[in-house]
Ligand binder design. Structure first.
Ligand code: HEM
Length: 483
């Protein structure tokens, strides 16, 4: 069934995705070739019905509809199979909480990620990128995926709870995350809980990672309770715990839930972005050449980058933005309707799952010319910088917009500048690592050969851009901060 329903503002088209199987619905294409499946959906309408297992759900295929969903978080609240799976892991935290509870939590955590605080984190970001860069040897076959996960785990843990994790624990967190993101995805597309209670090796791996990560967080909190106050997120949460009885007080369970949530979200997505970027560069030699040239110019003499360099690393940031467009780490999200509503002329009952996919929106030729080409120039000021308004949504929009967007962009840009200043990473002969969709999207086993870079001749630095708040279009989506 499909139809064209005229609404006040335009005639929306709704439809049903073909190929529904009993019990599993669209799980087979969603699990086997999810990106191709998503890209096939706009042909069936602006709002397309799919089946997650036996459940009916609607996927928005037009940026305007995605914004309607995101800007009305009261009606389209966190929920659906994805968030049902995340709650046992993250509890009732910033990512998983419902609209009513969310405001208080966002107000508590927002100051840690305020743009004015990011400058203070850049030294940690650069130190950790330099540590990765120093550890590689010319000709080495580096495990880039593991290195990027290690880098973001160390940066995130140092910022959230100072230097509480030793090297062995960082490696453990990294491995736990890898097991969890794989397990979370299959649990989202086949939301049939009894299947995951069967003691298969994969289910046991997921359980072990789940238990270990909780134990690590508990020991971080216990250790801090025994030591002095520090001015980091954990310190903020422990201070708020003392406000017994006040509306802003937090309990021990919430402290645990917020830490595990921020560790998971902070580590995984940025690592995926960096892995995708290094995997894409060798196939785009002109982009790689211009990136190297900019890094050599802005950081002449191998100078250490800092916050002040971010506006000058204009091409580097365009490469990061184009990577986020091409392979958005957060590629598919669910919501659930809290009341009967209407979207694209379709009546949607309370309790219905609605999905949006940054990957689908970023690959629609109606929004981005030649969407399958990697073209960082799209994000430079000038005539090439055209995109349908609001179609670039790597960090979402509205009140549930990513709290770590500025943090992540600074971390990724600085890491690329440091690493690309010293290394040209080449693919292994005969091996092309494809980004693999799981709970996040990106390469999970990327190995590359490290070639030391001779310093390129100096060139004129590009003029800083004027788009969006800091020139980076990945930021452009509207955010409604908690009052
Ligand atoms: C390139 C890196 C990143 C990407 C692409 C990304 C993407 C996203 C997206 C799309 C959402 C919205 C999810 C939804 O609509 O259901 C989100 C939310 C969130 N992200 Fe990120 N993220 C990144 C990095 C980070 C970092 C570094 C942190 C923290 C250290 C973080 C913490 C969060 C949190 C806590 C939320 C929930 C916000 C709320 O509901 O108030 N993210 N992120």
């Amino acid at each position: 069934m499909s139809g064209s329903i005229p609404t006040q503002e335009r005639a929306w088209k709704s439809g049903v995705a073909p190929g529904i199987f009993p019990l599993v619905g669209h799980a087979i294409p969603l699990f086997r070739r999810p990106l191709a499946f998503l890209n096939s959906l706009p042909a069936h309408g602006d709002l397309v019905e799919i089946r997650l297992g036996p459940q009916r759900a609607w996927l928005v295929c037009h940026p305007e509809l995605a914004h309607r969903v995101l800007m009305d978080a009261r009606t389209f609240d966190k929920g659906g199979p994805q968030y049902d799976r995340l709650r046992p892991l993250m509890g009732n935290s910033l990512v998983t909480s419902s609209h009513d509870e969310h405001r208080r939590q966002r107000r508590l955590i927002q100051p840690t990620f305020h743009p004015s605080r990011i400058a203070g984190y850049t030294q940690v970001m650069v130190e950790e990128a330099e540590a990765v860069s120093r550890a590689w040897r010319p000709g080495e076959r580096a495990d880039v995926s593991a290195a990027m996960l290690g880098l973001t785990t160390r940066v995130t843990s140092r910022v959230l709870f100072s230097d509480s994790l030793d090297a062995a624990t960082v490696a453990e967190v990294r491995d736990c995350l890898a097991a969890l993101v794989r397990g979370l995805f299959i649990r989202t597309v086949v939301p049939v809980a009894p299947l995951f209670r069967i003691p298969t090796p994969a289910n046991r791996r997921y359980r072990r990672a789940f238990d270990r990560l909780h134990a690590i967080i508990d020991s971080v909190v216990d250790e801090r309770r025994r030591s002095r106050h520090r001015d980091d997120l954990l310190g903020t949460l422990l201070e708020a715990e003392k406000d017994h009885g006040s509306a802003s007080a937090v309990g021990a369970q919430e402290i645990h839930d917020q830490l595990i949530t921020l560790l998971l979200t902070g580590v995984e997505s940025t690592a995926m972005c960096l892995g995708s970027l290094f995997a894409l560069l060798p196939g785009h030699p002109e982009a790689e050449r211009r990136l190297h040239s900019e890094v050599d110019t802005v950081l002449a003499g191998g100078r250490r980058p800092g916050m002040a360099d971010l506006p000058r690393l204009l091409y580097t940031r365009s490469v990061v933005a184009e990577t986020l467009r091409t392979y958005p780490p957060g590629w598919l999200f669910t919501r659930v309707t809290t009341r009967d509503t209407e979207l694209a002329g379709v009546r949607i009952p309370q309790g219905t799952t609605v999905l949006y996919s940054p990957y689908l929106l970023h690959h629609d030729p109606a929004s981005f010319a030649e969407p399958d080409r990697f073209l960082p120039d799209r994000w430079l000021p000038g005539p090439a910088a055209v995109a349908r308004h609001g179609a670039m949504l790597p960090f979402a929009a509205g009140s549930r917009k990513c709290i770590g967007d500025t943090f992540a962009l600074a971390e990724a840009t600085l890491a690329v500048a440091v690493i690309a200043g010293r290394w040209r990473l080449r693919p292994l002969p005969g091996h092309a690592e494809q980004p693999r969709p799981a709970a996040t999207l990106g390469p999970r086993a990327l190995k590359m050969i490290c070639q030391p870079r001779p310093r390129a001749p100096l060139a004129e630095p590009p003029t800083p851009g004027t788009r969006a708040q800091d020139g980076c279009p990945a930021h452009a989506a509207r955010s409604t901060p908690a009052p």
